[in-house]
Design a binder for this molecule. Structure first.
Ligand code: HEM
Length: 127
């Protein structure tokens, strides 16, 4: 058996373009921009590292920052269902923009959907 890693199927160049296209949208989104830093350079750099390892590539995030503990790292921010939906919409649009499609996109998006639900820590009516 010779299974290609999602990271290899997508490729580093496309992954980096995806993350840049994603944060461009996040920075303009009325529900998301208020909880993100104005300068998203460092956020995008960390997300490139994280998604590389999430997709089976080298553990770039863990090597520099330690265990991701993603839910704990999101607790300082009010992650509502509305914000999770907005996050996923920005990601789907970014996938369209960079031309990521087919089964590799569907599998990646399905995992992101579940991870996004796991990040929710605040009900919509508290914001
Ligand atoms: C960091 C929001 C979902 C991965 C952050 C930050 C915010 C945020 C505000 C801090 C940015 C900064 O200070 O630079 C959200 C919202 C989500 C969401 C509203 C909606 C559900 C996700 C998902 C993933 C993810 C699904 C992974 C698949 C990360 C990573 C960081 C991060 C890797 C950097 C952590 C660090 O500081 O080392 N997110 N996030 N996030 N997020 Fe999310």
């Amino acid at each position: 058996e010779n299974k290609t890693l999602p990271f290899e199927a997508i490729g580093e160049g496309t992954l980096h373009r995806l993350v840049d296209a994603f944060y461009h949208r996040v920075g303009m989104h009325p529900d998301l921009a208020p909880i993100f830093p104005d300068d998203l350079t460092e956020t995008a750099r960390k997300q490139k590292q994280f998604l590389t390892q999430y997709l089976g590539g080298p553990p770039l995030y863990t090597n520099e920052h330690g265990h991701p503990m993603l839910r704990a790292r999101h607790l300082p921010f009010e992650i509502t269902p509305v914000r999770a939906t907005a996050w996923l919409a920005c990601m789907a649009e970014a996938m369209d923009e960079v031309g990521l499609d087919g089964p590799v996109r569907e599998d990646f998006y399905a995992r992101l959907y579940l991870t996004a639900q796991h990040m929710i820590n605040t009900p919509d009516d508290e914001t």
